[in-house]
Design a protein. Structure first.
Length: 100
């Protein structure tokens, strides 16, 4: 059986984004909203809303993607959520220019 992994982004009540990986993002959403774990990022930021999900056939690929997105700016995450790849590329180009 092939187990699919997902990277998903939640939008929190404080307008922050939380990016995480799971094999069942909908089940995890039901755990995030009631605030079951006091040490969790979303515990005091609920309710949360699922705004983006991407599937991966292998856990390692999902983990790599999760780490990449976690390093992104809010603007880049917002563009990803909107599916605005042109804006994502513009942000990447701007970031490269600033580094050079």
């Amino acid at each position: 059986m092939i187990r699919e992994w997902y990277v998903y982004i939640l939008e929190c009540a404080d307008d922050s984004f939380y990016t995480v990986m799971s094999s069942d993002p909908l089940a995890r959403l039901t755990e995030h909203n009631p605030g079951l774990e006091p040490s969790a990022y979303t515990f005091t930021r609920g309710p949360v809303r699922l705004v983006c999900v991407e599937g991966f056939p292998e856990r390692v690929a999902a983990l790599d993607n999760e780490h990449q997105i976690k390093g992104w700016s809010r603007a880049k995450k917002a563009a990803l959520i909107r599916g605005d790849w042109e804006r994502v590329q513009t942000i990447v180009s701007d970031e490269r220019r600033r580094r050079d």
